[in-house]
Design a protein. Structure first.
Length: 245
């Protein structure tokens, strides 16, 4: 969440759009936290032990959600200089989210397999999903940083990067169910993007290309679900897990 500067949009319309993104930031946080709420409850109140790095990862991710909300609010208030300064920190924080996400993904799979809770096949499927989330996040976050002086592009890319990280939380929602109700999962995962598209249509009578491209990339990247079961990936993942065991 880096620099956003004033553009040619009249200030009143710009503030209205900024408030929309505040609402979407809260929606992303609410959906994600609702998905992980059972795990959080088990750790805090039911005494279910989890490795320390899982708690660290959770804390860093909650920090990202808070940063998303704070930056959205600051932008909505028109405090662009402050938004820019906080954004410099946000670039480093986003990199931390990415690096820690990759490390924790590998560590969590190794720990679960070593404890006999997962088969190596399940560990491989988990890697495909979780590492895929990190790749998708990086694919949106990197351009968001590069376009930080183009606010209409930047804010949409930040939204997409945050939605990329929602996937695991959405999959844990109680109404998604087990086995996973794929249509519901996709509807909830895409919800912030759908709202962004709808808002564009209502306010500008057109949809920004970033949303079309982002929605398409999200759809294509769902290939990681069947790919995680493919023999080729299972062979790669076993070697990867063995290297970190």
């Amino acid at each position: 969440m880096a620099t956003v500067i004033a553009d040619s949009v009249p200030s009143r319309a710009r503030r209205a759009r900024s408030r929309f993104y505040v609402g979407v930031a809260f929606l992303i946080a609410a959906i994600t936290l609702a998905g992980f709420a059972p795990s959080l409850n088990a750790s805090l109140f039911e005494g279910v032990g989890r490795p320390w790095f899982i708690h660290l990862h959770a804390a860093v991710y909650v920090g990202w959600l808070l940063l998303l909300i704070v930056q959205s609010v600051i932008a909505a208030q028109g405090r662009i200089a402050l938004h820019r300064r906080v954004g410099n920190f946000g670039i480093a924080y986003g990199c931390l989210v990415l690096v820690l996400g990759v490390i924790v993904t590998l560590a969590a799979a190794v720990v679960h397999i070593a404890a006999g809770e997962w088969t190596t096949e399940r560990g491989g499927r988990f890697l495909a999903l979780a590492l895929g989330d990190m790749v998708l996040f990086a694919g949106f976050f990197g351009p968001a940083v590069a376009y930080r002086r183009r606010p209409e592009i930047h804010k949409r890319l930040i939204l997409l990067a945050s939605v990329a990280l929602m996937f695991a939380g959405v999959g844990r929602l109680w109404f998604v169910g087990e086995p996973t109700n794929v249509p519901v999962l996709l509807a909830v995962w895409y919800l912030p993007v759908i709202l962004g598209i709808a808002y564009d249509v209502v306010t500008t009578r057109r949809v920004h290309p970033v949303y079309w491209m982002g929605a398409a990339v999200m759809g294509v990247w769902l290939v990681r679900i069947p790919f995680g079961q493919a023999d080729m990936w299972q062979s790669i993942s076993q070697k990867l897990l063995a290297a970190f065991a």
